[in-house]
Design a protein around this ligand. Sequence first.
Ligand SMILES: Nc1ncnc2c1ncn2[C@@H]1O[C@H](COP(=O)(O)OP(=O)(O)O)[C@@H](O)[C@H]1O
Ligand SMILES: [Mg+2]
Length: 247
Amino acid sequence: MLAIDNLKKHFGFVKAVDNINLDIEEGEIVSIIGTNGAGKTTLVNLISGYIKPDSGRILFFNKDITYASPYVRIKLGVGRSFQLIQLFGGITVLDNVRTALFSKYGMIRRGLLSADRYSSVTEEAIKILDNFNMADKRNLTPKGLSEGDLKILDIAIAFALKSKLLLLDEPTSGVATSDKFKVMDSIVSAIKKEGISTLIIEHDMDIVSGYSDRVVVMHEGRIMAQGKPDEIMENKEVKATVFGIVS
Ligand SMILES: Nc1ncnc2c1ncn2[C@@H]1O[C@H](COP(=O)(O)OP(=O)(O)O)[C@@H](O)[C@H]1O
Ligand SMILES: [Mg+2]
């Protein structure tokens, strides 16, 4: 569904992304790991359209999106977590998801909607929240949520926008250690139910091994290794470079 072909982005002398080739299959959950500065965020920014590459191509369901705007990509189904910036603090969790659905359906003014249409959007919003184990919190405002629940809500909204590929840059950063697995369980079970492909940047190896089908290791803008989580954990070069373990 996603095909990255010889993608390159340099910042001056820094080879942030240096001729990367990477495919993601439908329904696959892929984690990217690597030390600070390896190029992980740059790669995700290239996929979401936040920055443009020097060369190479990005195909999404065989459509060339290399230079498409972020807006066009979201419409096509490339979703990302927005680090919470698009949440509205003054309205409830349910209204946040409803607002995302309204914008997806191009219905800006709810006053113009028939009662039927309005209640079907409400049902859809509740179903999405239920998928993420958040239905019981629908009447709270984001201020009343834990950091972990905010992350889940953020991703539920990307989901409401009908993403076919979710890009998650450190989904559990800022979440209390005791909540990390709960947050990942909610996110991953919803993703699996819908068969959405997901690219996760994460440095917590417990999370990486617990939730990914495939791990891609980046180093100095290149892919150093990729494989199943347990293969990667045993890879000597990865252990030495990424984890500083020499054996
Ligand atoms: N906008 C930018 N301008 C200049 N250098 C950048 C920019 N964004 C990233 N870099 C550099 O590119 C390299 C890769 O950064 P990044 O993709 O953020 O790595 P990671 O997410 O793996 O920590 C780093 O050396 C970083 O300093
Ligand atoms: Mg980063």
